[in-house]
Design a protein around this ligand. Structure first.
Ligand SMILES: Nc1nc2c(c(=O)[nH]1)N[C@H]1C(S)=C(S)[C@@H](COP(=O)(O)OP(=O)(O)OC[C@H]3O[C@@H](n4cnc5c(=O)[nH]c(N)nc54)[C@H](O)[C@@H]3O)O[C@H]1N2
Ligand SMILES: Nc1nc2c(c(=O)[nH]1)N[C@H]1C(S)=C(S)[C@@H](COP(=O)(O)OP(=O)(O)OC[C@H]3O[C@@H](n4cnc5c(=O)[nH]c(N)nc54)[C@H](O)[C@@H]3O)O[C@H]1N2
Ligand code: SF4
Ligand SMILES: [Mo]
Length: 719
C-alpha cells in the first residue's frame, strides 16, 4: 500500500487528493487535508475516478472500425499513422478547412493537452475549432465582446457583502471563481462562513437548490425570464439613483441609452413575466445596489435559456452600474500562480466584436468567438453540400454526439465524416460513430500541472502531480497524441500553451525526438513565475503570494464598459414586445447537474446505474399528483423537437410547472426510443441566439406523460 498526493481532474475545482494505491489499483481516494484550497474536501464525482482507474468502463487499447461495423484493437501508434495519412490526404485534396477539432470538457484539466491540440490544429492551417463551451456559457464571451471587460475581474466571496447568483448551483457543480465569486472547492462550508460574517446571498433559480437553501433572498424565477428580471432591477436602481456614480462616470458609457431601453420594465411587468413577486424584485435590487461591495454572476441556467446573451449582458450591467469588480485597493487575491497574467490595475478591456472579421462558417453567417466557431453549427458544417465542407474531425475529451442538440442531425453528420477520431478513455456515444478511438492515460497515471486552471484558484496557487499508477502498455498521454499527429503529418508545430482561453507562444517544437512530459511542462512554464521544478517538493501544491492589491490607473485610457450598444438596445426592445404564446406544453424542462456524474462521464458506473437505471426527472410533488403519476414512475417527456424517457423523482424544491433533468444522459441513437438524452429535446433551428447560435437548452417546453412502455408493463403484471 502506498499513498500519493495529487489533485482531482474531474472538474475545475482541482481539489487536492490522497490516492491510496495497492499494486496498480486504487483502493481509496481521499481529500488532502494539507491542500491549501480544498482543505480535505472531496465530492462524490471526484470519488468516481477510482472505478474508472480500476478498469470499469475503460478502453485498454485503441480501436479501429472494421468493414463489418465492429471495432478491433489496434496499437495506438499504428492507428495514429493511419490517421495522419488520411488527414494529410484530405488536406491535400480539399484544403486545411476539411479538418476540424472538437475539444470537450474532459481533457481540459490535462495541463499540456489543450495547448498541444491547438498547436496541432494551427499546424494544419485550419480555423475549424469547436468546443463544448459554445454550447455552455458562451454568452459570457458575447457579453465581454459587446460590453468590454473590467480587467481585474470579479471579487472572491470573502471580499463581498452581497452576492447575486443566477442559474448556478456551485454546491453541486463546483462552478465558481473567477466566473463567479463562489468558491469551487468546498463551496458549502465557504458560503456558510461568509454568511456568518454577515455577507448576504441572493439566488435566482427556478429550483430551491442546495445553494439556494443558503440564500437570504430566493427568487424562484420562471426559466428563460432572467433578462426581464435584470432589466427591471436595472430600472429600479437607476430610478432610485442607487448606482455607484463615481465608478459609472469613470468606467461606464451608454447609461442613458440603457435607461431608455429598460424604461417600461416596471416591477409589475417583471413580476407577471418572471413569476417573482414585485416586492421581492425591489428588495433584491435594493439589497444588491446598496451594499458596500457586491457582485452578480451566472451559470449555465441563465446561459442556456431563452435570451441567454441578453440575460448575461443585463446581469453584467448590474456589476457595471454598481462597480461589482475588484477595484483600487481591493485584494486581488490571485493573478495566476504560474503565468501571473491577470491585470492588477483598474481599467476596461474594450469591446472587440471578434466575430465580425476573420474566417466565417459556410452554412451560416457566423465568425469566430474567442478563436472558436459555434458548436451548434458543427452538424451543418459537415452536412453542407459545398466542396469545402468539414470532412474530418478529431474529438478530444468530449462527447459531441451527446452534447449538441438534435441527435438525429448530429449523428447523421458525425457518421457522414470521412474521418472521425475520438481521443477518450471510454467508448462514448461519439466513439461509437468513430473510425478510430484512441484512449489515453488517466489522471493518476500521468505527470500533470495546473496549467489550464491557473487563474481559477482564489490564491496564486499551482500544483504539480506525479503519476501514482502505471498506465496500460502503449497508452499515450493526450498531448502525445497531438504531438505524434504533428510529427507524422510533418506540419509546423508552433507550441502554444496557457490557461483556458489564453494562448502563450513558446516557439517551434523540435519534432525529431518526443520529449518527456516533464520536459514539455518545463517548456510550457519557461519564463513563468513557477514551473514543475518549483513544485515537485510541494506535493499538496504551493501558494505563491496573496499580497497583491488592485492599483488605480495612472491615467484615463478612455476605455469604457458599453452597457448599451445598439444591438443590445434592439434586443431589449424585442424582449419587451414579446408575448407568451399558448404552446400546448404544460411544463418547462430545465437543466441541472447530477451529483455523481460529470456530463456523460460515469453514467455507466455500477454505483450510478444501481441508483439511476434511467435518468431522473425532478418534479414538484403537487405536479406529480396533478398528472396522476407516482414517485419513481417511468415517464415520457415530449418537446416540439423530440422525446425522452425518465423516472419521476419528487423534489419539493422545484417550482410548479418546471421540471429538471441532468444533460448528456443515455444513448445518442436517434432510433432509441428509450434514451434520456435531453439534447433530443433541443432544436438546432428554433430560438437560437444571434452571434453564438446558442440553442435553448434549458426552459424547454415539454409535457410529462405516463410511459406507454411503463403502462404496458404494469398491465401485463396485473393481468
Ligand atoms: N440539452 C443540454 N445540452 C447540453 C448541456 C445541457 O445542460 N443541456 N450542457 C452543455 C455543457 S455545459 C457541456 S460542457 C457539454 C458537454 O460537453 P462534452 O465535453 O462534449 O461532453 P462530456 O460528456 O463532458 O465529455 C467529456 C469526455 O471526456 C472524457 N475524458 C475524461 N478525462 C479525459 C482525459 O483526461 N482525456 C481525454 N482525452 N478524455 C477525457 C470523458 O470520458 C468524456 O467522454 O454539453 C452541453 N450540452
Ligand atoms: N456534479 C456535477 N458537477 C458538474 C458537472 C456535472 O455534470 N455534474 N458538469 C460540469 C460542467 S461541464 C458545467 S458547465 C458546470 C455547470 O455548473 P452550473 O451552471 O452550476 O450547473 P447546475 O448545477 O446545473 O446549475 C444550473 C442551475 O440553473 C438553474 N436554471 C435552469 N434554467 C434556468 C433559468 O432559465 N434561469 C435561472 N436563473 N436558472 C435556471 C437550474 O435549476 C440549476 O440550479 O458544472 C460542472 N460540474
Ligand atoms: S469538486 Fe469534486 S470533482 Fe471537482 S475537483 Fe473537487 S473532488 Fe474533483
Ligand atoms: Mo459545461
Amino acid at each position: 500500500m502506498a499513498v500519493h498526493k495529487s489533485y482531482c481532474r474531474n472538474c475545475s475545482a482541482s481539489c487536492g487528493v490522497e490516492v491510496e494505491v495497492d499494486g496498480n489499483r486504487i483502493v481509496a481516494i481521499r481529500g488532502d487535508s494539507d491542500h491549501p484550497i480544498s482543505r480535505g474536501y472531496i465530492c462524490n464525482k471526484g470519488q468516481s475516478s477510482r472505478e474508472l482507474h480500476n478498469g470499469e468502463d475503460r478502453l485498454l487499447a485503441a480501436q479501429k472500425l472494421q468493414p463489418d461495423g465492429r471495432y478491433a484493437p489496434i496499437e495506438s501508434m499504428a492507428a495514429l499513422e493511419e490517421v495522419a495519412d488520411r488527414l494529410r490526404a484530405l488536406i491535400e485534396t480539399h484544403g486545411p478547412r476539411a479538418v476540424g477539432l472538437y475539444y470537450g470538457t474532459g481533457a481540459c484539466f490535462n495541463g499540456l493537452s489543450y495547448g498541444m491540440a491547438r498547436t496541432w490544429l494551427s499546424g494544419c492551417g485550419s480555423p475549424e475549432h469547436y468546443s463544448s463551451f459554445t454550447v455552455d456559457q458562451s454568452a459570457k464571451w458575447i457579453c465581454l465582446s459587446r460590453m468590454g471587460q473590467f480587467a481585474t475581474g470579479k471579487p472572491f466571496i470573502d471580499d463581498l457583502d452581497v452576492m447575486l447568483i443566477a442559474g448556478i448551483n456551485p454546491v453541486i457543480s463546483h462552478l465558481g471563481f473567477p466566473i463567479s465569486p463562489m468558491p469551487m472547492a468546498d463551496s458549502m462550508r465557504r458560503i456558510k462562513r461568509s454568511r456568518e460574517r454577515g455577507a448576504e446571498l441572493i439566488v435566482v433559480d427556478p429550483r430551491r437548490t442546495e445553494t439556494a437553501r443558503q440564500a437570504d433572498l430566493f427568487l424562484q424565477i420562471l426559466p428563460g425570464e432572467d433578462a426581464v428580471l435584470f432589466a427591471a432591477m436595472i430600472r429600479l436602481i437607476l430610478d432610485r439613483r442607487l448606482e455607484n456614480t463615481s465608478f459609472c462616470s469613470r468606467f461606464v458609457t451608454s447609461i442613458d441609452k440603457l435607461r431608455e431601453a429598460v424604461d417600461d420594465f416596471t416591477p409589475d411587468l417583471a413580476a407577471a413575466r418572471t413569476g417573482v413577486d414585485a416586492d421581492l424584485i425591489l428588495a433584491a435590487a435594493e439589497m444588491f445596489a446598496t451594499a458596500p461591495r457586491q457582485s452578480a454572476s451566472s451559470g449555465t441556467g441563465t446561459n442556456m435559456s431563452a435570451h441567454s446573451n441578453l440575460a448575461e449582458h443585463l446581469l453584467e450591467c448590474l456589476n457595471a452600474l454598481c462597480g461589482g469588480y475588484r477595484r483600487a485597493g481591493d485584494p486581488m487575491r490571485a493573478t495566476g500562480g504560474i503565468f501571473d497574467l491577470v491585470p492588477t490595475t483598474e481599467t476596461v478591456i474594450p469591446p472587440n466584436r471578434g466575430w465580425e472579421s476573420g474566417p466565417q462558417l459556410r452554412s451560416v453567417d457566423a465568425g469566430l468567438l474567442n478563436g472558436e466557431f459555434p458548436t451548434s453549427r458543427l452538424p451543418d458544417e459537415i452536412l453542407h453540400s459545398g466542396e469545402d465542407r468539414l470532412r474530418a474531425l478529431v474529438v478530444s475529451g468530449g462527447n459531441p454526439a451527446s452534447a449538441i442538440g438534435d441527435p438525429a442531425r448530429t449523428s447523421a453528420a458525425l457518421k457522414l465524416l470521412e474521418l472521425l477520431v475520438v481521443i477518450d478513455p471510454r467508448m462514448t456515444e461519439t466513439a461509437r460513430m468513430a473510425h478510430y478511438v484512441i484512449p489515453t492515460k488517466l489522471p493518476y497515471e500521468r505527470q500533470d500541472l495546473t496549467i489550464t486552471q491557473d487563474n481559477w484558484f482564489p490564491y496564486d496557487f499551482a500544483q504539480f502531480s506525479d503519476a501514482s499508477l502505471t498506465p496500460p502498455a502503449g497508452m499515450l498521454d493526450d498531448w502525445e497524441v497531438f504531438w505524434e499527429l504533428g510529427r507524422l503529418m510533418q506540419i509546423p508545430m508552433e507550441f502554444r500553451t496557457g490557461p483556458y482561453g489564453v494562448s502563450i507562444y513558446r516557439g517551434p517544437l523540435d519534432m525529431t525526438v518526443r520529449p518527456s512530459t516533464l520536459e514539455m511542462l518545463r517548456l510550457a512554464c519557461r519564463d513563468s513565475r513557477l514551473g514543475p521544478d518549483d513544485l515537485i517538493d510541494h506535493p499538496s501544491g504551493r501558494v505563491v503570494s496573496e499580497g497583491h492589491n488592485v492599483a488605480a490607473a495612472e491615467h484615463d485610457d478612455g476605455h469604457r464598459l458599453d452597457v448599451c450598444p445598439s444591438d443590445v438596445f434592439d434586443e431589449i426592445r424585442v424582449l419587451r414586445g414579446e408575448v407568451a404564446r399558448e404552446t400546448g406544453y404544460r411544463y418547462r424542462l430545465t437543466t441541472r447537474r447530477a451529483v455523481s456524474v460529470v456530463n456523460s462521464s460515469f453514467q455507466n458506473a455500477a454505483r450510478v446505474v444501481a441508483r439511476h437505471p434511467i435518468a431522473p426527472v425532478f418534479m414538484h410533488p403537487d405536479d406529480v399528483a396533478n398528472e396522476l403519476l407516482a414517485n419513481g414512475e417511468r415517464v415520457e417527456i415530449p418537446s416540439p423537437s423530440g422525446c425522452v424517457v425518465a423516472r419521476v423523482t419528487e423534489d419539493a424544491g422545484m417550482r410548479r410547472g418546471v421540471v429538471s433533468m441532468p444533460p448528456c444522459w443515455g444513448t445518442a441513437d436517434p432510433n432509441d426510443g428509450e434514451t434520456s438524452l435531453t439534447t433530443a429535446l433541443v432544436s438546432l433551428d428554433d430560438g437560437l441566439e444571434a452571434i453564438n447560435f446558442m440553442p435553448i437548452q434549458s426552459g424547454i417546453h415539454v409535457n410529462v406523460v405516463r410511459s406507454r412502455r411503463g403502462a404496458a408493463a404494469e398491465a401485463s403484471a396485473t393481468s
